[in-house]
Design a protein around this ligand. Structure first.
Ligand SMILES: Nc1ncnc2c1ncn2[C@@H]1O[C@H](COP(=O)(O)OP(=O)(O)OP(=O)(O)O)[C@@H](O)[C@H]1O
Ligand SMILES: [Mg+2]
Length: 370
C-alpha cells in the first residue's frame, strides 16, 4: 500500500500543507525543528489513530488554533480516504471514506512500521516497551486481538481494584473467580497470538540479521511469556496456556491478596533479544542493539505483508545518521522497489546517487515544504 496524498491543517507547526507522495522513496530534508518529525507523526496518527509522541491528542493542534485535521488518500486495491480531526472541545473524529468510524475499523487501513532513534528502547527499555512494540504490530493486522487486549487491560484494572478494595479474605475469595475466568480466558488468547507473531518474527529477523552482519551474528527474538522465561520457548496450544495460567492464578492468589494487584498474566510478558546466545540488553554493543532493532523492524514489515498481502508504509525518522555506510545501503536496498518509504534527514549526504535518482526530495522549512 502507499500514500498518494497527504493534507495537514493546523497540525503542530504546519498551517496548511498539501503533498503528493512518491510510491517509492520520499526524503524530507531540513534543519532541526523545522517539522520533519511532525510530518511523520501525522502519518502515524492516520495509521494508529493516535500519536506515539504524546498521549494528549490536543497537543497536535497548532498553537492558537482550535482544531487540526490530517487527511490522506491511501492506495490499496482501492483508494481509501482517511482523516483524523482533533478539536479542543470535541471528541476526536476518525473518518474512512468520509464516513465517521471507530478506532477498531480505522486502524489497519494504513499500515506503518516506524523506525526512530528512540526505537532502541525495544532492546534497551523495559518489558512494557517491548510489549508495546509487539502489540502495535499485531493490532494493525488483527482487530480481534486489539479487542481482546483492550478487554484484558480492563479486566486487570478491575481485578486490581477488587484486590485493593480492602474486602476481607472470604468475600474476596468469593468474588475473584469471575474475574479469574475472564483474566485467563482473554489472557490466554493474547499469549497465543503473541506466540504466533514472535515465532514468525524470530525466523524473519534472524535471516535479515545474518545478512546485515555478514553472517557473523545470529539473532534470536524469543517470547518470554509470564510463565516461562529462558532461552528456549516451546510452542503451546491454547488449552495448555489456559491450564498453566489457571494453575498460576490459584497458586498466587494469597500473594495477590496481600500485595493488592494481579501478579500473573500477559501484562507481565517480555521478549528477549539474543545475539549468538547472549542477551543484548545487557551484553550487546550500541551498534549490535541498533542492528537488532533494524532487523526486527524489517521483519515486522515482512510479517505484515505476509498477513495482509500488502507491504506497510515505512517511516524512518533521522535514522540514516545512526547507521554506518554498510547498514545504510543494506536498509535502502531492502526497501527499494518493495515499499513506500518516508524518511527524514538533516542532509542528503548519506544517500547514494542511485536512490536519489528515483526518490522525491522535499525541503522542509518552518512547516513549509519546497
Ligand atoms: N502544537 C504545536 N504548535 C505549533 N508548533 C509546534 C507544536 N508542536 C511542536 N511545534 C513546533 O514544531 C517544531 C519541531 O518540529 P519537529 O519535531 O518536526 O522538528 P524536526 O524537523 O524533526 O527537527 P529535528 O531535526 O530536531 O528532529 C518545533 O519548532 C516546535 O516548537
Ligand atoms: Mg525530528
Amino acid at each position: 500500500m502507499w500514500i498518494r496524498t497527504i493534507a495537514l491543517r493546523n497540525f503542530r507547526n504546519y498551517d496548511s500543507l498539501d503533498l503528493e507522495l512518491n510510491p517509492g522513496f520520499n526524503i524530507f530534508v531540513g534543519s532541526n525543528a523545522q517539522g520533519k518529525t511532525n510530518l511523520l507523526e501525522a502519518i502515524y496518527v492516520l495509521s494508529l489513530s493516535k500519536s506515539y509522541r504524546t498521549a494528549r491528542d490536543t497537543e497536535l493542534i497548532k498553537h492558537q488554533a482550535a482544531q487540526t485535521r490530517i487527511e490522506a488518500s491511501v492506495q490499496r486495491i482501492a483508494v481509501l480516504d482517511l482523516a483524523v480531526t482533533v478539536s479542543e472541545y470535541e471528541p476526536k473524529k476518525l473518518e474512512l471514506n468520509r464516513k465517521r468510524t471507530n478506532a477498531n475499523s480505522f486502524i489497519g487501513k494504513l499500515n506503518t512500521v516506524l523506525f526512530i532513534p528512540d526505537s532502541l528502547q525495544l532492546v534497551k527499555g523495559s518489558p512494557g516497551e517491548r510489549r508495546r512494540f509487539l502489540d502495535i504490530q499485531i493490532c494493525q493486522v488483527d482487530p480481534i486481538y486489539r479487542g481482546s487486549l483492550l478487554k484484558y487491560q480492563r479486566v486487570v484494572r478491575q481485578r486490581n481494584s477488587l484486590l485493593k478494595s480492602g474486602y476481607n479474605q472470604r468475600s474476596l475469595l468469593k468474588q475473584l473467580p469471575v474475574w479469574d475466568n475472564q483474566l485467563v480466558g482473554l489472557g490466554s488468547k493474547i499469549v497465543l497470538r503473541r506466540q504466533e507473531a514472535l515465532t514468525r518474527l524470530n525466523k524473519i529477523s534472524r535471516s535479515v540479521h545474518t545478512k546485515i552482519s555478514g553472517g557473523l551474528e545470529e539473532l534470536s527474538v524469543i517470547y518470554q511469556p509470564f510463565f516461562q522465561k529462558g532461552q528456549n520457548y516451546t510452542q503451546l496450544s491454547l488449552q495448555e496456556i489456559r491450564d498453566i495460567f489457571f494453575g498460576l492464578v490459584q497458586e498466587k492468589k494469597q500473594q495477590e491478596i496481600r500485595r493488592g494487584y494481579t501478579l500473573v498474566g500477559p501484562h507481565r510478558d517480555d521478549v528477549a533479544f539474543l545475539i549468538n546466545g547472549a542477551n543484548i540488553k545487557r551484553f550487546g554493543s550500541q551498534g549490535q542493539q541498533r542492528t537488532a532493532v533494524l532487523s526486527y523492524i524489517l521483519a515486522e514489515m515482512e510479517l505484515m505483508s505476509q498477513e495482509t498481502g500488502e507491504y506497510p508504509v515505512v517511516l524512518l525518522d533521522d535514522v540514516m545518521s545512526e547507521l554506518d555506510r554498510k547498514r545504510r545501503s543494506f536498509l535502502l536496498s531492502v526497501l527499494n522497489e518493495k515499499v513506500q518509504t518516508i524518511l527524514t534527514a538533516t542532509n542528503l549526504s548519506g544517500f547514494e546517487q542511485e536512490i536519489l535518482k528515483t526518490a522525491s526530495v522535499f525541503q522542509i522549512q518552518s512547516g513549509k515544504i519546497f
